[in-house]
Ligand binder design. Structure first.
Ligand SMILES: [Zn+2]
Length: 372
């Protein structure tokens, strides 16, 4: 680089005129080809680079050997040269922008067609189920995915160390050991904590559906995933009976799967409902005569449900009495309720004939496009 630095030995007016005329010519020549932004950037680095720029190298060399009285004249001329370089870059950039503008827009070409987005099959299934319950007068409630042990387990009648907790093992948030067990945070294992939150916040009557994401310590396979989606429902009022539960779910299943669908209820167990039931619907593929999808039984298990356990109302009442010691809104002598829950993935898999739950989370367009 230093080899290319022109030498200047005399600093009188004619010498400076000659030397700067040569440099100005060099800049002019190089600036003739600044037609792309790359070329402009290279030109700028070559001349104005802060450490190895040609302008800096030359001015350093010349100012060092110049006598004191010539330094001012040199400084003025270097400033003029710098201005000439900057103008060359500027006019190159303007020219590039202009020619680019005329080249890139051709209004006779067809426009770019944007693919319309669609709801993910899990979301659309969730919306479909929620819509059925909206028609029955239910509203939607949502809650946090990071929950406290109290809302996720204790208030729902899973006492600490109760074996029922084993069925809903989940991720615990780290660093909670110093907290009382009811305040420790975890990823919620069901959407039921929102039932508790809603009842603590408002008195009956309550009719809500709760769609949402839940987490469990399940190994992923064709039908299990450590993260999945649930829709739960809760109805609390005076004179709510098991018949109301049966009628509501029977109506909802017919609305979802067709009016020919039948439902039947089997005794089951959930800590937060008593009595509890599993609900089966007649097979939507064979109409109940038996096929591979229903394992030749004619029935498909789809929901869990039951009457709200009085222990749940007691937990809610204890919380409400912290704010109002006389609160008696959830006295099980006066009010009753039912709750139900279903897995969104299971319904979506059944409706669309999806054989592996993993497809829903893969983000594979070949799979998702089929729902467009
Ligand atoms: Zn069948």
């Amino acid at each position: 680089m230093t080899d290319n630095i022109p030498q200047l030995t005399t600093f009188d007016e004619p010498a400076l005129n000659g030397a700067f005329a040569t440099l100005a010519a060099e800049v002019r020549e190089a600036s003739a080809s600044l037609t792309t932004s790359d070329a402009q950037e290279n030109f700028r680095l070559h001349w104005l680079g802060r450490k190895q720029g040609r302008l800096k190298l030359i001015s350093d060399a010349w100012l060092k050997s110049a006598p004191a009285e010539a330094k001012k004249a040199l400084g003025i001329r270097f400033n003029q040269l710098k201005q000439q370089i900057e103008e060359a870059i500027e006019s190159g950039a303007v020219a590039t922008a202009k020619s680019g503008a005329t080249q890139e827009i051709d209004i006779s070409l067809p426009g770019q067609i944007r693919q319309p987005g669609i709801a993910h099959p899990l979301l659309s299934t969730m919306h479909e189920v929620v819509r059925v319950f909206h028609h029955l007068g239910f509203s939607t409630s949502l809650g946090p995915q990071v929950e406290s042990d109290f809302y996720n387990f204790e208030a729902l009648n899973f006492p600490p160390n109760h074996p029922a907790r084993d069925t809903q093992d989940t991720l615990q948030i780290a660093g909670q050991q110093s907290r009382p067990s009811r305040d420790r945070l975890l990823m919620r294992t069901h959407t039921s904590p929102v039932q508790i939150r809603t009842m603590i916040a408002q008195a009956p009557p309550i009719r809500i559906v709760i769609p949402g994401k839940v987490h469990r310590n399940d190994a992923a396979d064709a039908t299990h995933s450590p993260i999945f989606h649930q829709i739960e429902g809760l109805c609390v009022d005076t004179n709510i009976t098991f018949s109301d539960l049966k009628g509501t779910l029977d109506y909802a299943m017919k609305a979802l799967f067709g009016s020919a669908v039948k439902t039947r209820f089997f005794p089951s167990f959930f800590p937060f409902t008593e009595p509890s039931a599993d609900v089966q619907i007649s097979c939507i593929f064979c109409g109940g005569t038996g096929c591979r999808k229903c394992k030749h039984s004619g029935w498909i298990e789809l929901l869990g449900c039951g009457m709200v356990d009085p222990a749940v109302f007691a937990a809610v009442t204890a919380e409400r009495r912290k704010l109002n010691p006389d609160d008696d809104a959830y006295n099980p002598e006066h009010i009753t309720g039912f709750a139900f829950g279903m897995g969104v993935e299971r319904i979506a898999m059944m409706l669309h004939g999806v054989s592996d739950i993993g497809h829903f989370y893969s983000g594979d367009m070949r799979f998702l496009e089929q729902f467009a």
